[in-house]
Design a binder for this molecule. Structure first.
Ligand SMILES: [Cu+2]
Length: 69
């Protein structure tokens, strides 16, 4: 179990926040996601044996946003 905080670019409203949250939650191995629109950050709790940061990045990318470290 790992916990990371990443910066997310491209969010402008609550709908964006939900999109990012859902994109991350749809991945296997993601246990908890908390996205802050104000801080442009996402707190992610995940199982590193199932999911990698690269996978999270591409899921968020596909949703139209960007994870920057
Ligand atoms: Cu939006």
């Amino acid at each position: 179990m790992e916990k990371i905080t990443v910066k997310v670019e491209g969010m402008s409203c609550d709908h964006c926040r939900m999109n990012v949250e859902n994109a991350l939650k749809s991945l296997d191995g993601i246990l908890q996601v908390k996205v802050s629109l104000e801080k442009n950050k996402a707190d992610i709790t995940y199982d590193p044996s199932k999911v990698t940061l690269d996978k999270m990045k591409s899921a968020v990318d596909d949703a139209g946003y960007k994870i920057v470290e």
